[in-house]
Design a protein. Sequence first.
Length: 256
Amino acid sequence: MPEGRSKPCPAQDPRQILRPFLATRLIACLWLGGPVTAQDLGDSVILQPQLLPDLDAMPRLKGNDPVAQRINEQLEGMDHEILEESEGCRNPPDSTWYRGVEIAFAVPRYLSIFTLNEIWCDGMLHPVSFFETPTFDLATGDQVDWSEIFPRGYIAKDAPHYDPSVITGSPLLFSLYFVLNGQMPTECREAIASDVDRFQVWLDAKEGGLVMSPLGLAHAIRSCGDRVILSPGVLEEIGAAPAVIEELRAASAPEP
């Protein structure tokens, strides 16, 4: 098995988690390699002004072709959805909803977007944070369904499937996760084995691989949720879709 990588994120003080500067640090940590900058994108992806002071907008694709229109409609829908969902929780300092948006991967075939949401509404015992990672196929305009990119043996059979960026792992996928995260403490390994059945997945240009992050850990042990990077070599060895492997290799190849 090719060597994998993992990086733990430091535990954060819940009383500070909603400060904008801390949110920026969390995004950088969750991303491992850091986001793609506007300079990396050329003019294919257009960054948008904030929806509100604490709510970043989704980017848009340049152009009016059917694929760009299809993707932009979905991105616009995500912006409308976050405005509706956060409406009752935007009364600082008593309640706050923060969303940060960054581009994780942008190549001719795929666009991965990373959004971090941090919420503290009236009545909550502690802040809630979650991230979403839609990846779009720029050839079709559809979101990439990662359960179809991984070989069948790595996806749990008959599992409920609501989000294309989330996969429900089989024991084989969990074995791969633990191999790539060989330094994980025993208590974290036990917590993930008992409490986690799903992984959030997205492409990361800076690391040149596919990031896989466990979902479902209780608030008190969120620090156990180390992310791992599946390199093109690992993806090829397990039999993942060749198109993803080719794009990852092309994105990390040195410029001539």
